[in-house]
Design a protein around this ligand. Structure first.
Ligand code: HEC
Ligand code: HEC
Length: 302
């Protein structure tokens, strides 16, 4: 009962189609039945200078149209086109897609399952796999991270080094790509003042240079213990869970000049890595993560 209306409409479409088709056939046959076929040229005078020249359509036209009509009848018998009738060949768009997908599965299914099973180190050994991985990266990531994953303009981090803000394990890298990351480095200017920012910058720069806080940075060290260790750790080694980068190395996301570091501390930083879980499937995510983990080497073009 529920599909009554759609059956009704399907039936209605059949009636309309068949009726208009028959009407067309009748029209064509009628035009040519009057002996108009091929014959003489009419030349009626309408007004002094206005004449109507009417030349009957040629015979081949008639047969051509009939042939086209025959083809459309055969088509409608074989393929869907007449209401709900599916056609003798039972063709469907859905069927086509299923077929193609089955093709795709037999062709790539095994390879995809292997990619999900192998470790990053194993994947990195296979040149062809790394080439596919780079293609995914090239399509989705280069706009921000650069073609060689070297980062850009102190806004998009270098992914070709071994220093990971959000962690470099298989799970962490995949999670970064799948779910994205949103960094929250607060702005400190308001609470510690310009002087505090300057002292902290000096301390952070000393940390980065491998100096763990001489007397000259004592004040900065105090501030650091008070405000910064919760995220960056007591020794400034960072915390991948919060995306707080290590400050005790010479790798900088936003630049390592005194001015850059002061700006980071004073105004805060809020880098956003977009989510790719919807755009890439698990195989692609695993591929790129493995490629990054292996040092992001751009393969030779072939
Ligand atoms: C709530 C956690 C949190 C606290 C507290 C915090 N930071 Fe950060 N910090 C971060 C995060 C997260 C980033 C990375 C920002 C990004 O990627 O956009 C960061 C980035 C930085 C950077 C930029 C590093 C680079 O490589 O360019 C500096 C410098 C820095 N923090 C210094 C400090 C100092 C000094 C303090 C204490 C006053 C501090 N942070 C307190 C979370 C924190
Ligand atoms: C719209 C720009 C943009 C695109 C596109 C983008 N990223 Fe990012 N990505 C960022 C930003 C910004 C960060 C830094 C986030 C932060 O400050 O914590 C980041 C961070 C990362 C990190 C974390 C680095 C670390 O040190 O932990 C990884 C891994 C990463 N991106 C991989 C990728 C991959 C793989 C792609 C492509 C699938 C991609 N990104 C596409 C902007 C982008």
């Amino acid at each position: 009962m529920a599909d009554m209306p759609s059956q009704f409409w399907a039936g209605w479409i059949v009636v309309i189609t068949v009726t208009s088709f028959l009407a067309l056939v009748w029209l064509i046959v009628d035009i040519y039945r009057d002996g108009d076929l091929g014959g003489e040229v009419k030349d009626e005078l309408w007004d002094e200078t206005l004449r109507e020249g009417a030349r009957p359509a040629p015979v081949w036209w008639f047969w051509f149209i009939l042939a086209l009509m025959a083809v459309s009848v055969v088509y409608v018998m074989l393929y869907p086109g007449l209401g709900a009738y599916r056609g003798a060949l039972r063709w469907s768009l859905g069927g086509q897609i299923t077929e193609r997908f089955a093709d795709y599965e037999t062709q790539f299914g095994a390879r995809r399952r292997r990619i999900l099973e192998l470790s990053f180190a194993e994947l990195a050994h296979d040149e062809e796999t790394m080439r596919s991985a780079w293609r995914v990266f090239n399509n989705h990531c280069t706009s921000c991270h650069g073609r060689d994953a070297g980062g850009q303009a102190q806004q998009f981090p270098d992914l070709s080094d071994a220093s990971w803000q959000w962690g470099g394990s298989e799970v962490q890298l995949s999670e970064t790509i799948r779910a994205g990351r949103q960094a929250a480095m607060p702005a400190w200017q308001a609470s510690i003042g310009e002087q505090g920012v300057r002292r902290l910058a000096d301390y952070v720069l000393a940390l980065a240079a491998g100096d763990d806080g001489s007397a000259a940075q004592a004040e900065g060290a105090g501030l650091f213990q008070q405000f910064c260790t919760a995220c960056h750790g007591a020794d400034g080694s960072g915390n991948p869970v919060l995306g707080a980068p290590a400050l005790n190395d010479a790798v900088w996301l936003y630049g390592g000049s005194r001015a850059d570091v002061m700006r980071s501390i004073a105004m805060g930083r809020n880098g956003v890595m977009p989510t790719f879980g919807g755009r890439l499937d698990e195989t692609q995510i695993r591929l790129v993560a493995a490629w990054l983990s292996a040092g992001a080497k751009v393969p030779d073009e072939r």
